[in-house]
Design a protein around this ligand. Sequence first.
Ligand code: GLY
Ligand code: MN
Ligand code: MN
Length: 398
Amino acid sequence: MIEPREYRKRRETLLRQLDGAVGLVFSGEHPLPRIGKWQADENFVYLTGITRERGAAILFDPQNDNPRRRISLFLKPLDTEAERWDGYRERISESLRQKTGFESIYRTNHLPAMVTVALRRSKRAACLLPFSVYPSEPSADLKIFQQVAQRVPGVRIEDQTQLLTTMRAVKSPAELRLIEQAARITVSAYQQVIRHIRPGVNESQIQLALETVYRQQGGDVAYGTIVGSGINGTVLHYVDNDRPLEDGDLVVIDSAASFGGYASDITRTFPVSGRFTSEQRELYEIVLKAQSQAIKASRPGARFWEIDSAARSVIEKAGLSDAFIHSIGHPLGLNVHDVVPDHPLKPGMVITIEPGIYLPERKVGIRIEDDLVITRNGHRNITQAVPKTVQDIESSMR
Ligand code: GLY
Ligand code: MN
Ligand code: MN
C-alpha cells in the first residue's frame, strides 16, 4: 500500500526538478477494452495512484503565483451513460481532494486554456513522457507543446524525459515492499507447482496452477505466462501453452505475480521427467554459471552492459554465443519491463537477471531468471528460494 502522502511527495519532487518549466503527464487515451480492465499509463499511476481515469492529466505549472495551482489534476467530464457500462466515477469534491491529495482538481475541458496560460508565463515546456520513435505519433505532451508553441511566441520545448525515469528507477521502501510481496507469492506458487510437473500434464495446467496461487494470495498475473516445453521453450514469447509435457523434454516456465501494481518476474527450466539428461545438464550448468556471474556483477555503479558481458562471456566460452539471443535483463517495477534510466545501478533499483540459450534444432530452451534488489553493498536476490541448481530441482521434483 502506498500512502497518498507518498504520491504527493513524488509530485512535489517533480515540481521542484522542473525548475520553472511546465510539464504534463497523461493517464492515456487508449480505448477501454470491451470487457476487462483499463489501465492508466505508469507515469500517471506513479504520480497519483489513480489507475482507472481514462483521459486524465496532471499539469505542473511551477510559476503559478497561487501555490495551490502549481500542481493540478484534470479529469474527464462525468458521463452518466458511459458509467452504466464502465463503472461509476466520483464527482469533484472535498473527499476526492482528500483522497488524491490534489488541492486543485478540474475537468479536462479547462486544460487547453490552463496550459496556454502556464506557457505564456513560463515560456518553457518540459517533455516528461518518453519520446516516441517515428513514424509513430509524437508523445502526448510533445504534441500539445508543439501546438501551443505555434500559438504563443517564444515557447521553448525541452527534453526532460529522464526526470520521471530517474525517480521511478529507484524504488521507495513502500514500493520495495510491494515488489518483495509479489516475489514471495511467485516463489510460493513455483514451490507448490513444481510437484505437478510430469509427463502428460498440459502446459495450460501448469499456467492455471501458478496463476491460481497468485490470485489466492491477493496478487495478480504480472504478464502473459509462458509455459514452453520441448521446442516451445525456444520461442521467447511463446503464448499457446497448450501442449502436453513429454518425457525427456525441458519445460521453460516464465511466470510471475504482481502485487499492488508492482511486478515480479521469474523463469525456471525443469526436466519434465524429474531428471536432467547428461546433455541437458551440461547446457543447464552453462546458463546457471552465466547467471551467477551476472548476479555477482550486479552492484551499485555497474552498467547493464557490464552485467550482460559477465554472463555472455560464459556462454561464449562454451561456444554457444549465437544461442543467447536476448539481453541479460531489465529493470522491474510498475511495468515488468520498467523504465531504463541513463545512469548506472543505484541502491533501491530492482532488476532481473535472465540469461538463456535456445537451440531449436535440439528442441532445447533454457532460461533462468531471478529478481535482484540493488543494495548499498551489492544486491539481494528476492527470488532465489525457487529451486535452481540441478540437485535442488531434481530433489524437489522427486
Ligand atoms: N517475462 C518477460 C521477461 O522475462 O522479460
Ligand atoms: Mn520473465
Ligand atoms: Mn524478465
